[in-house]
Design a protein around this ligand. Structure first.
Ligand code: SF4
Length: 368
């Protein structure tokens, strides 16, 4: 299939791996930020073709994984109300809150529905004028434009029974926190191509400059990632710390300015709690005051809900590249995709789910 098979060509993959081997002279720790990239690495066994000097660690770029426990608890509290139709992307339904999850709310009779676009929520709101329809607006910069558009459209129509529980997170502030940590081991970053397709890469230039950190904006296919790794290794071996764009077929320097405009109209930057990591300054979006009538957190009075993370999930350390899933005592025993203890085991983009699905036995063996 055009634009798919050509990025999965084994012969070209072999050439890229050889090019990496020919340049590498010492160990390097590289982080792919996005969970979609992690899944490609695991699914196609990319680590197996890399030289032993290259260690890949996995970043926080899984929106389901970093949605704070208290955010899930707020969603559960709202979805449990009889007057509410609670609408979400499917991944969020199985994410464990403190005592329940959205699937259990649905099983107990709650009206919880799955959509593929926030605009579908507007259709549900129009068709159910006597119900309160709430969309679970989570995700990175990638999903923020569509969510902003849904709120903007609701206001334009005067749709009064629609609101959004907003918990958007932003990549660069989280990376700044991870790179600032005294425990940080990361020496090069594969930036998330889809986030940069929306936002451009100006903010990544600041990361490269402030941390003397090479950054390559990477795509999601096996050849994208091998090429991004090759570009990072070349920078590291040359002593350079620049932003380079591997994902040229989707990403421009300025990003999608129409998307940025609608996000800027509807959202403003705020401090945000990340699951396991805690509050990160200016790392999320909330609705602007002009759109307060669509803020489900305010409308349903859930702003005071707080939660403590389960002690035996080391997901926060995994998402900061400090530990690997198999180092968690619950991995593949008490925590599986069927019965997840933490969010990184739930999501299709979660790093623990990727290890479980593609490298379960090798990971356990390696951790011994
Ligand atoms: S295996 Fe489960 S409990 Fe362990 S870090 Fe991953 S999600 Fe958390």
């Amino acid at each position: 299939m055009k634009y798919i098979d050509e990025y999965r060509d084994g012969r070209i993959a072999g050439s890229l791996a050889a090019a990496i081997r020919s340049r590498v002279t010492r160990p390097w720790v590289l982080m792919e930020i996005c969970g979609g990239q992690t899944h490609t690495i695991m699914r196609y066994g990319l680590e197996d073709v890399l030289p032993p000097e290259i260690e890949l660690v996995h970043g926080p770029g899984c929106p389901v994984c970093v949605a704070a426990l208290e955010t899930v608890d707020k969603a559960i509290a709202i979805a449990s109300r009889p007057e509410v139709i609670f609408v979400s992307y499917g991944d969020m339904l199985r994410v464990p809150g403190t005592n329940s999850d959205l699937f259990r709310v649905k099983a107990a009779g709650g009206d919880v529905r799955v959509v593929y676009s926030p605009m579908d929520t507007l259709k549900i709101a129009r068709a159910n004028p006597t119900r309160k329809v709430v969309f679970f607006g989570i995700g990175f910069e990638t999903t923020a434009p569509a969510n902003a558009m849904a709120v903007w459209q609701a206001k334009r129509e005067g749709l009064e029974n629609f609101s959004m529980l907003v918990s958007h997170v932003l990549v660069p502030p989280a990376m700044r926190l991870i790179l600032s940590s005294p425990e940080n081991r990361v020496q090069g970053l594969i930036a998330p191509g889809h986030v940069c397709a929306v936002m451009g890469w100006r903010e990544y230039e600041e990361l490269a400059r402030d941390f003397h950190m090479p950054v390559v904006i990477g795509g999601f296919e096996p050849l994208d990632l091998l090429e991004a790794i090759r570009m990072l290794v070349c920078q590291l071996e040359d002593g350079r710390a620049e932003v380079e764009n591997q994902y040229v077929r989707s990403v421009t320097y300025a990003g999608n300015q129409a998307a940025q405009r609608v996000m800027g109209q509807v959202f403003e930057v705020t401090d945000r709690a990340w699951r396991g990591i805690g509050a990160i300054p200016r790392s999320g979006y909330r609705l602007r005051e002009e759109f307060a009538a669509y803020d489900a957190g305010k409308l349903f009075g859930t702003e005071g809900i707080a939660a403590a993370e389960p002690a035996d999930c080391i997901g926060a350390q995994v998402l900061q590249g400090l530990r690997k899933p198999a180092e968690c005592s619950a991995f593949s025993t008490r925590c599986t995709p069927e019965s997840p203890l933490g969010a990184p085991m739930v999501s299709t983009e979660g790093v623990c789910a990727a290890y479980y699905r593609y490298r379960r036995y090798a990971a356990i063996e390696g951790a011994r």
